[in-house]
Design a binder for this molecule. Sequence first.
Ligand SMILES: Cc1ncc(COP(=O)(O)O)c(C=O)c1O
Length: 334
Amino acid sequence: MTTRFEASLDFARGMDQHDHIHKLRNEFLIPAGETGELIYFCGNSLGLQPRKAREAIDQELRDWENLAIDGFVKAKNPWLNYQYQFCKPFSKIVGCQENEVTVMNTLTVNLHLMLLSFYQPAGQKYKILMESGAFPSDQYAVESQVRFYNFNPDDAIIEIGPREGEKILRNEDLISAIEENRNSLALVILGGINYYTGQILDMKNISETAKKADIAIGFDLAHAAGNILLNLHDWGADFAVWCSYKYLNGGPGSVGGVFIHEKHIKNLKVRRMGGWWGNDEKTRFEMKRGFIPKADASGWNISTAQVFNMAALKASLDIFERTSMPELRSKSIT
Ligand SMILES: Cc1ncc(COP(=O)(O)O)c(C=O)c1O
């Protein structure tokens, strides 16, 4: 049955009754404007505060107060394993296995770390393909990475833009650019949803094309995670990074999410930046040389879990656990 759209408050309220998830609106604190509660359209920039964020942070404050160092093992949510609480909810949000996802740092830092792992220029294959007008942080990251290997960004970065007179990218143009440049490309990095136009790229076909051409592929999902349906594992992308302060409501500067495909997580030949949090717990305190990464995406963790920062995100993901991405997406497009 199709519903005839009407631009009216009654229509919107009526539509809201068609599902159970409208109740989840009450789980968020909506700022009061001068004339009453604001109608908030900026979740694509900073999501609202989950009502339970304060309680979640308070819990960690109390455990710190009462347990101090013992909180790493005895806290209600032991800090030693804090990052693992995010694997299940994030695996559902980005469409992957729980061992393929982790939380650490912030988006641009994670993009750099993923480029250090997956951008492996060799011989003629040293170029990076990205969309023109990508988010500035991605442009700076890619530019500084190619300079790091002493390449000239004007030569080593291929940017693909919309056709003359058009405003959005054509997926077929991206696909043919990857195929045409297959002998010179080492990596493709794209925004899964363009931050400016809102365009959703055909991540499945683009990933498959890149993999067929033996080119590493990653996505910036800042505007996609928690917004649209994603299926990263099946699409075969090598990696993805996202922030969690937009649709995921983790609060300003909240911890970033990272997906690394199963095919890489146990491969010790994939180079990476080591740190104690990514080392196998069994050998972490042997105090000797020999970094042994954990055999899942958390093998890319470097530093201690950012507990206070992660607590607010946990409060938000608990709300996601009461619904599903298909339900949320279906509501957002009807
Ligand atoms: C598409 C996109 N990429 C990257 C970033 C930068 O994220 P961060 O400041 O967490 O590194 C943003 C931030 O808004 C973004 O929208």
